[in-house]
Design a binder for this molecule. Structure first.
Ligand SMILES: Nc1ncnc2c1ncn2[C@@H]1O[C@H](COP(=O)(O)OP(=O)(O)O)[C@@H](O)[C@H]1O
Ligand SMILES: [Mg+2]
Length: 387
């Protein structure tokens, strides 16, 4: 028995729910061979016991098939994640944690980040949903390769579409391609609520939510409808982008959403021919802003052509090229986000009570232009969280 034989046998063991195997994911280590006896570790981050059991059973079967005698597969999974300890209004209670991905403006890579972080969290064994809440510019269907798929409707509920082991819903999946929406704030609010209440999300460890750019009705409605566990800000390194990102971080503060960190996207450029990394827009320029908001840069993602083609072709880099530099950085960022989520839950979770509307139901506390005067908030500290 040799290490090559062991690795080649283990590379037939698929990670449950994925088309990739445990060797490709980089989960196998510490292979010890003694004659025909083999022992090894599989480090997974899934807390589901059935995932560990299936990996172990499959690994033993594959190794015995190539002549191993005693096989000891030590599948190490972390302890069960604590149920969310969050309180307040939650119209999607089967979802344990909510990750709100935000940016000051469009085009900085928010959807790309949402997709790759969702895939990374799933690769780490979490049960993940991805909600495209960018109602005007829904890009998630293309980026996840599901543009042609229409969701199944079950009564007045809609089943999420599944791809790459992730449950997905997007306005783009509900509309005809190329249609545009011209909606008032109140309709945006309703859509966000329906995305949470009427989509049949399963019991998810985390729902990653790709928000529209900026700070508006969608952000406020989300924060009021579910206790958002953490917020993630995506920025590019240029000064003008940082100005906008500061607003996004300030919004998290006002909405009482703990900040999981900042992803500095388009941070340097990795040449596809040489793999050499160049500085284009600056690198690390977000650090002072991170310090200001008492948070950190959890990844610097370079400009990499494969990220763009992966988005356009519906083949996210973290899934199709898990060994690429960017995929590794997305994986590290996802680990950091999950550590923050666990820490928040261990410390009592989040509570969205303080941002509940004080206006009549169905009337935006913040888009008061269309609302009757008596329903507008009376004081600047009205509790809507946006003033
Ligand atoms: N790090 C990157 N390297 C290369 N292309 C990127 C990168 N990040 C984003 N892109 C591309 O830039 C465009 C805008 O990204 P997108 O995620 O749609 O931004 P947003 O959701 O903030 O509007 C997309 O075509 C995407 O593929
Ligand atoms: Mg987008």
């Amino acid at each position: 028995m040799t290490e090559e034989i062991v690795k080649s046998a283990l590379s037939k063991v698929l990670y449950p729910g994925f088309t990739k195997d445990i060797v490709t994911f980089g989960f196998v280590n510490n292979i010890v061979i003694n004659g025909n006896d083999v022992s090894f570790n599989v480090e997974i981050t899934s807390s589901a016991p059935e995932v560990a059991q299936q990996i172990s059973d499959d690994a033993v079967a594959e190794l015995k098939a190539v002549g191993a005698a005693n096989v000891s597969a030590n599948v190490r999974s972390p302890k069960m994640p604590k149920e969310s300890s969050s309180r307040g209004k939650n119209i999607a209670p089967q979802v344990k944690n909510f990750l709100m991905v935000s940016s000051g403006k469009g085009g900085v890579g928010k959807s790309t980040t949402s997709v790759n972080i969702a895939i990374a969290l799933a690769a780490q064994g979490k049960k993940v949903g991805l909600l495209d809440a960018d109602i005007y510019g829904p890009n998630i269907p293309r980026m996840m390769g599901i543009s042609d798929i229409k969701p199944e409707v079950n009564g007045n509920k809609v089943l999420p579409i599944k791809a790459y082991g992730i449950e997905i819903m997007s306005m783009g999946s509900l509309m005809e391609p190329g249609q545009s929406l011209i909606w008032r704030g109140a309709m945006i609010m309703k859509a966000i609520e329906q995305f949470l209440r009427d989509i049949l999300w399963s019991e998810l460890d985390v729902l990653v939510i790709d928000m529209p750019p900026g700070t508006g009705d969608a952000q406020l409605t989300l924060a009021q409808s579910v206790p958002v566990t953490v917020g993630l800000t995506v920025t590019t390194p240029q000064g003008v982008s940082l100005d906008d990102s500061r607003r996004s971080l300030d919004m998290f503060k006002k909405l009482h959403i703990p900040i999981a960190g900042i992803i500095e996207n388009m941070s340097g450029f990795i040449a596809p021919d040489t793999g050499v990394e160049y500085d284009i827009f600056g690198k690390g320029t977000s650090t002072p802003m991170a310090n200001e908001f008492n948070t950190k840069i959890i990844a610097e993602i370079p400009i990499e052509p494969a990220i763009r083609t992966g988005g356009d072709e519906g083949k996210p880099i973290t899934f199709v090229s898990p060994n690429s530099e960017s995929a590794k950085r997305y994986m590290a960022a996802a680990e950091s986000i999950w550590a923050t989520i666990e820490e928040i839950n261990a410390n009592g979770g989040v509570d969205n009570q303080a941002v509940q509307p004080t206006t009549a139901p169905g009337v935006s506390a913040c888009s008061t232009a269309a609302a009757p005067k008596q329903q507008a908030p009376q004081k600047s500290d009205s509790g809507c969280g946006c003033h």
